[in-house]
Design a protein around this ligand. Sequence first.
Ligand code: ADP
Ligand code: ADP
Length: 226
Amino acid sequence: DPRVEARGLSKRYDTPNGTVRALEDVSFEVADGEFVCVIGPSGSGKTTLFRLIAGLEEPSEGAVYLGGDRVTDPGPDMGVVFQEYHLFPWRTVAGNVRFGLEHTDASDAERRDRVQRMIDLVGLTGFEDSYPTELSGGMKQRVAIARALAVDPDLLLLDEPFGAVDAQTKEMLQRELLDIWSETGKTALFITHDVAEAVTLADRVLVLGSDPGHLQDVIRIDLDRP
Ligand code: ADP
Ligand code: ADP
């Protein structure tokens, strides 16, 4: 089985002004260990696709499979990173990273070790006891990445994760993410409207095209990493 498969995904929203077709018959596969970016202009359905893959919303038609299993709700086999961080403000860095491990049968020592390794991996050693409000945007997103990776998910799913940081921080985070990706071998699906970002990061880019307001095909562009 491919690591991720979207098969015939469609999503429609019924609104007072009629039906909005946010995604129309989208299919693609992501192989184990690939880094794939999905790009598309505003309104092309990127966030909708993200929500369907993450199991945050039900498709109108079609399905998403993770390692052959149909995704029906958010689960620990996926590490999700949002543009707006979504950190728990009342938890420290370590507390945020620990979150997904709290309902596993890992021992306290294993948990502590895992949390520390993830914090070290994203370069936040020394900030274990800081609270999100004490951190810069770039650091907050590093915490979110560490939290997502802590549960050793089958897929790292990121929705415009660097959309809220300045250009210089964005470049640094991109380099760090690529390092983490080569170090962990994690399959990554990264959604962005930024073509340059997609080309910098991805093995393969999928393009969502929009045709007056709704979505058509997914075009694949295969890139050779420099
Ligand atoms: P993108 O992330 O590429 O900007 P979205 O997935 O947010 O695109 O939106 C795709 C289309 O679906 C847009 O036309 C948007 O207005 C519409 N849409 C998204 N979410 C909803 C919703 N909850 N209700 C109605 N329309 C929606
Ligand atoms: P931004 O505020 O643009 O998101 P950064 O994430 O690079 O920028 O962090 C801003 C400040 O926080 C920097 O000046 C840096 O000194 C400090 N900082 C960021 N990451 C670390 C780190 N891993 N260790 C020590 N200090 C850091």
